[in-house]
Design a protein around this ligand. Structure first.
Ligand code: ADP
Ligand code: ZN
Length: 529
């Protein structure tokens, strides 16, 4: 017969002090833990480094039974289990890297009530044998880590996560918690729906990482820029440099080594032994710089990473936030630096066009990219833009490049008015709506088939915007989108006016735009004045 693991501690505070050696809970950590101990469900949105693990580990120690943790990251699972065992917690995992005998021992320990926590990979859990095993024992709490993986629109979708919605029915009465460091409203909604947590209490922490300084430069000579950035950091700083391709990872690491930086490459094409060696050096030694594709970093627990650099544009703000979030988990001053250029944008648009998937999927990818570019091109505080993307309002931070030195701007009011009035006319006079490409063609006076067929060359704004390049117009549109002056709608991403558009049309609001954005360069922008 099976028996539940007895509770190890009477209160959450006991477990916190005794097992983890911490004084007090952070932010809403304690409230989320109490919700679970009381048997309720919870959804926790908290940035990387916020302390999500304790939120399920402590209820597992206070409630009778075994805590089940679903985690997609096998490396992280191993690290967490090792750390728990070192603190006297009886934790184990079930995953595909295990030998059958080892797995059987874990199963036995679970059924005889000798485990406080059991970590399971999602693909194991979607299999009926594992679920029936778990049903024969007693669970205390179910934690779904990296819960944003359930989002089909997100950047980390895992099909196995879709089956996790059934856990509520299969384990009635066991409180469930979904945790993620991705905080968009859309992801939040999808987690609530797909994991079937309608009655969960929501614990949303601020996503601000005040110790990270954000800096974004136009890309000119990326390697030189990267090198001078690294040299500007204190001697011996550990850092991560992200690049998009394996080739660029290798070449960049090689270049940095020739310049005396202790740089190591990391990507999926390297031998497993080499990867493990590089990772181990990064974790244990001072001053190692890892040059990696985005695969690196998920679940790497190194608190004193002093900088994260991007030499290629990330595909989304969520991705950028997660990657930069690997800096400064110890709370000490750290820098997130990036260089981006027109080439990045062209390359990513091509990748989106060529990606499999329907129109609305590609539109979504395009919107992710536009939001990322809006962050690059903002004249305002980077942090304000970043947090605003996650629905959080804040004051200018004083600790990002635009706060520290106001960028050179030009007034985009007139072009913005031309664009908005084109949209208004098409809508009012013809009931039509279009995406950015066609609107720019109208403004620049292009002679395309579509323009001739639609008779758009007879619009009063036709050709009125020929003084700006296609790239300039795209930048204007991104800024208007980022400020809510424009909204992108539907499967084709057609543009419509947002609420603040009225003020722009009446000439009441300024529309400052950066001089140094893509395609524009320093010079030439005065032509719109
Ligand atoms: P997340 O999973 O949200 O990225 P972790 O759970 O890995 O964050 O926690 C980040 C770090 O903060 C860890 O080193 C953890 O031990 C530490 N930590 C968590 N909670 C507390 C607390 N209440 N007091 C002090 N340190 C904490
Ligand atoms: Zn700022």
């Amino acid at each position: 017969a099976t028996r539940p693991t007895p509770a190890r501690f009477a209160t959450a505070a006991d477990a916190l002090h005794t097992v983890f050696g911490y004084e007090s809970f952070r932010g809403n950590q304690g409230a989320a833990i109490e919700q679970l101990i009381a048997g309720g469900d919870a959804i926790v949105l908290m940035p990387t480094g916020g302390g999500k693990s304790l939120i399920y580990q402590i209820p597992a120690l206070v409630r009778p039974g075994t805590g089940l943790v679903v985690s997609p990251l096998i490396a992280l699972m191993h690290d967490q289990v090792d750390a728990l065992v070192a603190n006297g917690v009886r934790a184990a995992y079930l995953n595909s890297t295990q030998a059958p005998a080892e797995r059987a021992a874990v199963e036995r320990a679970y059924l005889s009530g000798e485990l406080d926590l059991i970590y399971v990979a999602p693909e194991r859990l979607s299999n009926a044998t594992t679920r029936s095993l778990l049903q024969r024992g007693t669970l205390s709490v179910i934690a779904i880590d990296e819960a944003h993986c359930v989002s089909q629109w997100g950047h980390d979708f895992r099909p196995d996560y879709l089956t996790l919605g059934e856990l509520g029915e299969q384990f009635p009465g066991v409180p469930r918690v979904a945790l993620t460091a991705t905080a968009t409203a859309a992801t939040h909604r999808e987690i609530t729906e797909r994991l079937r947590l309608p009655d969960a209490a929501h614990f949303v922490a601020s996503f601000d990482r005040p110790n990270i300084q954000y800096r974004i430069d136009p890309k000119v000579e990326p390697r030189k820029q990267l090198l001078s950035f690294i040299r500007s950091m204190p001697e011996g700083s550990a850092g991560i440099v992200y690049a998009l391709s394996r080739k660029s990872v290798e070449q960049t690491a090689e270049f940095l080594r020739t310049q005396g930086v202790d740089a190591l490459a990391y990507h999926a094409g390297l031998d497993a032994a080499v990867r493990a060696r590089h990772q181990a050096r990064f974790l244990r030694e001072d001053g190692v710089v890892i040059v990696a594709t985005i695969a690196f970093g998920m679940g790497i627990d190194k608190p004193d990473v002093r900088f994260v650099a991007h030499i290629d544009l990330p595909k989304s703000v969520e991705g950028y936030y997660q990657e930069t979030g690997r800096a400064g988990r110890d709370g000490e001053p750290s820098v997130a630096w990036m260089a981006y250029g027109l080439g990045d944008v062209v390359q990513q648009r091509r990748m989106i066009d060529q990606s499999p998937g329907d129109r609305s999927y590609k539109t979504r990818l395009g919107q992710h990219l536009d939001a990322m570019l809006a962050l690059c091109e903002t004249v305002g505080c980077r942090r304000q833009n970043l947090l605003g993307y996650f629905g959080e309002s804040s004051d200018p931070c004083g600790n990002c490049d635009t706060c520290l030195a106001a960028p050179d701007t030009w007034d985009g009011l007139v072009p913005a008015q031309k664009l908005l009035s084109t949209i208004v006319r098409l809508q009012r006079e013809r009931g039509q709506a279009f995406g950015a490409g066609h609107l720019i063609d109208i403004l620049r006076g292009a002679s395309t088939d579509r323009i001739r067929q639609q008779g758009h060359d007879s619009l009063s704004t036709y050709g009125l915007g020929a003084d700006l390049s296609d790239q300039d117009w795209r930048s204007v549109i991104r800024q208007l989108l980022a400020r809510g002056i424009l909204v992108s709608q539907g499967e084709y991403g057609t543009l419509a006016l947002g609420e603040p558009a009225g003020g722009v049309l009446r000439g009441e609001s300024a529309v400052p735009l950066r001089r140094d954005v893509l395609g524009r360069g320093g010079a030439g922008s005065s032509r719109v004045r």
